[in-house]
Write a protein that binds this ligand. Structure first.
Ligand code: SF4
Length: 264
């Protein structure tokens, strides 16, 4: 099956493929938007997603120059107030030109494009810090986070940007920062060895996906993956939703995926 040349790989669609090839096919090839909610209880889930979106927006507004006290005055939800106070304690005051916020970055990759939308990319002296705000109610194990596609795609994209060609991978750190667990961010240092390994893994993955016949995008055997998948009623994998460690994150992948790259 030939993917269009304009196809954009993202950490989310690659993660979909790793979790379930059929999910990748439904979402990214057939573009099916299936309405099932992903986990229960529904209202609580929606509220958490909304809270996460608001937190991201507050950070964006802060870095666009709106004073912290003006933003603080707008917040009424106790949980968001606590998250916001934790964020302010990070004491981030980057110099103009040393950072970008919610920026979609992309590189040519294995015949397609690879995109990464970075919450905050911060340059401090000769180091680059990739911050990702994680607003979930659970903090996964470090190893779980490191094994996810996001931990491979983001540093690889940033490292390969034309503007960073003179920067060694060792100069890049990735930080998963949880406003609900502000004392325990998950931080890891990138390296040339890791970059080489990730590059090979992702190239093989893209090649595998792009050379697959449509009947080869099979449903996963891991029923746990179905319990928080929006397609489970379509796949006849049950109506009851489960709880996922990652599922209360606002999904910014759609922004990246729906972005009109040709407009750049
Ligand atoms: S419900 Fe299960 S089999 Fe169907 S797309 Fe989702 S993860 Fe794959």
């Amino acid at each position: 099956m030939q993917l269009p040349d304009s196809f954009v790989f993202t950490q989310q669609n690659l993660q979909d493929y790793k979790d379930c090839a059929y999910r990748f096919y439904l979402k990214n090839i057939l573009n099916i938007d299936w309405p099932a909610v992903e986990s229960e209880p529904i209202r609580e889930q929606e509220a958490l997603m909304l809270l996460g979106t608001r937190f991201h927006l507050l950070c964006q507004q802060y870095f666009s120059g709106i004073p912290a006290n003006v933003l603080s005055a707008q917040i009424t939800q106790p949980e968001l107030i606590e998250w916001w106070q934790n964020f302010l304690q990070l004491d981030l005051h980057p110099a103009p030109g040393s950072y970008s916020v919610e920026k979609l970055n992309f590189i040519p990759f294995a015949g397609y494009r690879l995109a990464a939308k970075i919450d905050l990319l911060l340059k401090v002296e000769n180091k680059l810090f990739i911050y990702d705000w994680k607003t979930s109610q659970h903090q996964p194990k470090r190893q779980t986070l490191l094994s996810r596609m996001q931990s491979k795609v983001y540093p690889l994209v940033i490292s390969n940007l034309a503007t960073n060609q003179n920067l060694s991978p060792e100069s890049i750190d990735m930080v998963y920062w949880y406003p609900a667990f502000s004392q325990s961010p998950v931080r890891f240092a990138y390296s040339s060895t890791q970059k080489k390994a990730d590059q090979i893994e992702l190239e093989l993955l893209v090649e595998e996906i792009s050379s697959k016949g449509k009947e080869a995008f099979r449903k996963t055997d891991n029923l746990k993956a179905c319990s928080f998948c929006r397609f489970r009623s379509l796949c006849d994998r049950g109506k009851e939703a489960g709880i996922s460690e990652m599922s209360d994150e606002p999904d910014d992948s759609d922004d990246a995926f729906n972005f009109d790259f040709d407009a750049i």
